[in-house]
Design a protein. Structure first.
Length: 147
């Protein structure tokens, strides 16, 4: 099958398929006209590559699973190296989630400060400044200022 058909059957883009081939994860032969031709087994192989990528592994990580990409990766017992890779990737994902959660919490706290400051002004009958001077956007202590 040609690259377009493999792309349709697996949901991978032709560019991704060429990238997988360059990484040595799938193979093709060249037809007389220069087109790539893939065997039927490429469908399962690409599906497994995408499964592992969707699970958070990198393409380099996936290469460690080369020997089992033709079977059912999702139900195969993992190798010791596969477990090690999965644990490393999980630690990276946990660190990213923690960093994003901290950023979200800071943003939420900043927005809460802006809302509470606006509420205090409206209760006190204060009018917000019509025109803030240079650098005054953070005079209230909130990163979004009081405009």
């Amino acid at each position: 099958m040609r690259i377009g058909e493999l792309a349709r059957r697996t949901g991978a883009s032709p560019r991704a398929l060429r990238h997988y081939e360059q990484a040595g994860l799938i193979t093709s032969v060249r037809a007389d006209n220069g087109y790539r031709v893939y065997g039927e087994g490429a469908v399962a192989r690409v599906s497994n590559i995408r499964y592992l990528l969707d699970a958070g592994l990198t393409l380099d990580d996936v290469s460690a699973f080369r020997s089992c990409l033709d079977g059912d990766v999702s139900s195969a017992p993992p190798s010791a190296r596969g477990l090690e890779i999965a644990r490393e990737r999980l630690a990276v994902l946990d660190a990213r989630i923690a960093a994003q959660t901290a950023a979200r919490d800071r943003l939420a706290a900043s927005l809460a400060g802006v809302r509470s400051l606006a509420g205090v002004r409206s209760l006190a009958g204060a009018q917000p400044r019509a025109q803030a001077g240079a650098g005054s956007s953070t005079e209230s202590g909130a990163p979004f200022g009081s405009r």
